[in-house]
Design a protein around this ligand. Structure first.
Ligand SMILES: C[S@@+](CC[C@H](N)C(=O)[O-])C[C@H]1O[C@@H](n2cnc3c(N)ncnc32)[C@H](O)[C@@H]1O
Length: 303
């Protein structure tokens, strides 16, 4: 899927590449995404786009952190981000807009592209591995399986639970779809499970919650629709995390390949020089502290 607007009506000389960085493991970016990253003159990147990819950006490139954490801690408003993209592309730059996961899945990528189109700016979109499929895969759950389900849905868990009319058709998704994956749902988990049970899904349905999927600090907990909210509270699971609901979660006992690797969750001390270029660049205009800690963790890595 590559949206393309490299046409003759384009007024600017620059171009914006909207690229999915993948879920967290830097090697999960696409080959095309990585090639374009290496050509960036300006990089505008998000909280969930792994900083381990920054080393591929040319050292002359301008790095602009545009992260939004939990929808509240904003380095820039969405309007400002749109304007940054428009301004740099209008100035003739090759702009890479790097977003976590897939830019068109709960990533406001569509809105950014609409703004570029409005200004006649050329763009391309490179899809990424979305965190839902990565979280399921790295937690040992095949998101579909012939014996268990033929359907899967990606749903926002961010909807205000006090909203009078929900945009989510709980009556339809609760029993009409096999596997349900909720993004941004940790805070609303009790409401999500309550709604699903209220609309007919069995309280015994297995659930896995996966935090920082595909990274060395991945954490996952399991339960049922009836118990998972309590488990998450007890284990103090915080965002970013995905909630995977469905019978396929049962297969985790057999398939949990990532967390069963011998070194998973172990700390390994690597005695080598820190990548000072990345450290210096992210230190003064880079991401907030969790990412800085993770970059510092390049010397003290978990595997
Ligand atoms: C604004 S959405 C962006 C989704 C992104 N565009 C994608 O395709 O994965 C942010 C949410 O994605 C999920 N997420 C992103 N990366 C994750 C990861 N590595 N592990 C678990 N959840 C993740 C979390 O639910 C987080 O709250």
């Amino acid at each position: 899927m590559t949206a393309h607007s490299d046409n003759t009506t384009t007024r600017s000389k620059g171009k914006v590449y909207l690229i999915g960085a993948g879920p967290g493991d830097p090697t999960l970016i696409t080959v095309k995404g990585l090639e374009l990253l290496k050509r960036a003159e300006v990089l505008v990147y998000d909280y969930l786009a792994t900083p381990k990819l920054l080393k591929y950006v040319p050292k002359e490139a301008e790095l602009i952190y545009a992260g939004k954490k939990g929808g509240v801690c904003h380095a820039h408003t969405q309007e400002e981000i749109n304007q940054i993209l428009v301004d740099h592309a209008t100035a003739g730059k090759i702009v890479v807009r790097l977003k976590g996961g897939d830019p068109f899945i709960f990533g406001r990528g569509g809105e950014e592209i609409e703004e570029l189109a409005k200004h006649g700016i050329a763009f391309e979109v490179v899809p990424g591995v979305t965190s839902a499929t990565a979280a399921a895969t790295y937690a040992g759950v095949p998101i579909t399986h012939r014996d268990y389900t033929a359907s899967v849905a990606f749903i926002t868990g961010h909807e205000d639970p006090t909203k009078e009319v929900s945009n989510i058709a709980w009556d339809k998704i609760s029993t009409g779809i096999g596997t349900l994956v909720f993004y941004m749902g940790i805070k609303n988990l009790p409401c999500i499970t309550e709604n699903l049970i209220k609309h007919g899904r069995s309280p015994e349905t297995p659930v896995v919650v996966v935090r920082w999927a595909s990274t060395p600090i991945q954490q996952s907990v399991v339960g049922t629709l009836a118990t998972i909210a309590e488990v998450v509270k007890k284990e103090k699971i915080k965002p970013p995390a995905l909630i995977v609901v469905g019978e396929v979660v049962k297969l985790r006992d057999t398939i949990n390949w990532f967390e069963k690797r011998p070194l998973f969750g172990k700390r390994i001390l690597v005695t080598r020089t820190v990548c000072w270029r990345i450290r210096a660049r992210t230190a003064w205009r880079g991401p907030p502290s969790p990412w800085r800690r993770r970059i510092a963790g390049m010397i003290s890595m978990r595997s």
